[in-house]
Design a protein around this ligand. Structure first.
Ligand code: NDP
Ligand code: HSE
Length: 431
């Protein structure tokens, strides 16, 4: 009997992710075929710089610096985009889809910017556009949301979706590392984006939050819809104070929808969560996503959120899925999304942790408490630490409207006795 012909894969990019995928395709061909019945072949591999040394034994003619030639190559059945960024990735994916080729991508930045355009192009071409690796690296998350939880009314998704920042916060909390040293370590370990600002200022997590919200709630949420704050203002004192009160500081991506088909609220910011919450135990570069739904209750998915090989595993799963579908002649699969209705951040509520340095003299506490009272923000607890002529005040509030809390901060900054108002960290309580 004749062996079935291989499914030929064209990979764009051979960095952390593309390089690890190429290695799996070259080294594990027989094992993948034994497990899945599909023989995958690395047909073409596009890079930017042909002169760079690559520890890969590639077939002759496979490597190219012309990514455009890969997406239109009749010898390529499926295209994997692992270049990153918006362009030329967007144009290359659109060309591949137009040529009738299924596409797999790990590119969260692109999907959170131009996802709707790409999904429409995939639907028009009737081919798959799969992106499991784009959110939380190796963790199966997009497929469970789209398939296993398709009938579930999801109310909230709360996740640690950036490995770099989780690594930094863990090292600061447990190893006493400085912010700068911990960031350098995360870069050396290959977790950080090329520009680590994307990680530490929350842009990467915001892109992932937009994709998660789009898939969970069926609306086109883009990165610009997501309220975003990073971890660069979080201090060792904040982390130590949180620890004393039984909290852990994490950068969270939170997407919520109160009413079916109603407004969604999507935000990324540092948060204090109780040390008993399942997300509090997620350390180092690991990611986890905590999902709450009407019928399913609570569930959590956990695993490696960054790194070439774990991410390549998720990409390979998508390639195999697309290959099976291609062989079966099934219709293409890409999400169909409604227009988004996004609730603005000032209309959300939370409890808050806020610190300030003040002059240590009579009447200051009354003035500070007055600012909270003027904005209707109720104080849950307060602690004062003497610092010579000054003092640090640390407040935790009861649940308040974001708009009121921001106005309260403005009021506090205008008080003569207040030297500085420190970072604001939202406090998440167990329901
Ligand atoms: P890298 O920067 O390590 O690799 C990018 C690759 O793309 C390089 O091989 C580069 O070539 C190639 N490239 C760049 N421009 C072009 C071009 N115009 N034509 C052809 N090739 C080009 O990125 P990563 O592998 O880390 O990330 C890839 C994607 O995966 C991104 O979207 C990222 O957000 C996503 N991702 C990454 C994760 C991670 O842990 N790293 C986890 C989850 C998703 P050359 O080698 O010649 O420079
Ligand atoms: N820089 C990202 C992170 C890579 O640290 O999570 C995975 O998307």
């Amino acid at each position: 009997m004749q062996a079935p012909s291989p499914v030929r894969v064209g990979v764009l990019g051979a960095g952390n992710v593309g390089g690890a995928l190429a290695r799996l395709l070259v080294d594990d061909t027989a094992a993948i075929e034994a497990r899945t019945g599909l023989r995958l072949e690395l047909a073409r591999l596009a890079v930017r710089d042909l002169s760079r040394r690559r520890p890969l034994a590639l077939p002759p003619g496979c490597l190219t610096d012309d990514a455009g030639s890969v997406v239109t190559d009749s010898g390529v059945d499926i295209v994997v985009e692992a270049i990153g960024g918006v362009e030329p990735a967007r144009t290359l994916i659109l060309e591949a889809l137009k040529a009738g080729k299924p596409v797999v991508t790990a590119n969260k930045e692109l999907l959170a910017d131009a996802g709707a355009e790409l999904f429409e192009a995939a639907a028009a071409a009737g081919v798959d556009l799969l992106f499991e690796a784009a959110v939380a690296g190796a963790i199966p998350l997009i497929r469970p949301l789209r398939e296993s939880l398709a009938g579930e009314r999801i109310t909230r998704i709360m996740g640690i979706v950036n490995g770099t920042t989780n690594y930094i916060l863990t090292r600061m909390a447990e190893g006493g590392a400085t912010y700068g040293d911990a960031l350098s370590e995360a870069q050396e370990l290959g977790y950080a984006e090329r520009d680590p600002t994307a990680d530490v200022e929350g842009f990467d997590a915001a892109a992932k939050a937009a994709i998660l919200a789009s898939i969970a709630f069926g609306q086109t949420v883009v990165a610009g819809d997501v309220h975003r704050e990073g971890i660069s203002a979080v201090t060792a004192d904040d982390i130590a104070f949180a620890h004393r009160l039984g909290y852990v500081v994490k950068l969270l991506a939170i997407a919520e929808q109160d009413e079916p088909e109603g407004e969604v609220a999507v935000r990324v910011h540092p948060a204090m969560i109780p040390s008993t919450h399942p997300l509090a135990a997620v350390r180092d570069s690991f990611n986890a996503v905590f999902i709450e739904g009407d019928a399913v209750g609570e569930l959590m998915l956990y695993g490696r959120g960054a790194g070439g090989r774990p991410t390549a595993s998720a990409v390979l799963g998508d390639v195999l899925d697309a290959a099976h579908n291609l062989r079966a002649g099934g219709p293409g699969r890409a999400p169909a999304l409604a227009r988004s209705q996004v609730r603005p951040m000032p209309e959300l509520t939370s409890q808050y942790y806020v610190t300030m340095e003040v002059e240590d003299r009579p009447g200051v506490l009354a003035a500070v408490a007055g600012a909270f009272a003027e904005e209707g923000v109720s104080i849950r607890s307060m602690e004062q630490v003497g610092l010579g002529d000054e003092a640090r005040m640390v407040f935790i509030t009861h649940t308040a409207l974001e708009r009121a809390m921001q106005q309260c901060l403005e009021r506090l900054r205008r008080l003569d006795a207040v030297e500085t108002v420190g970072g604001l960290i939202r406090v998440i309580e167990d329901d």
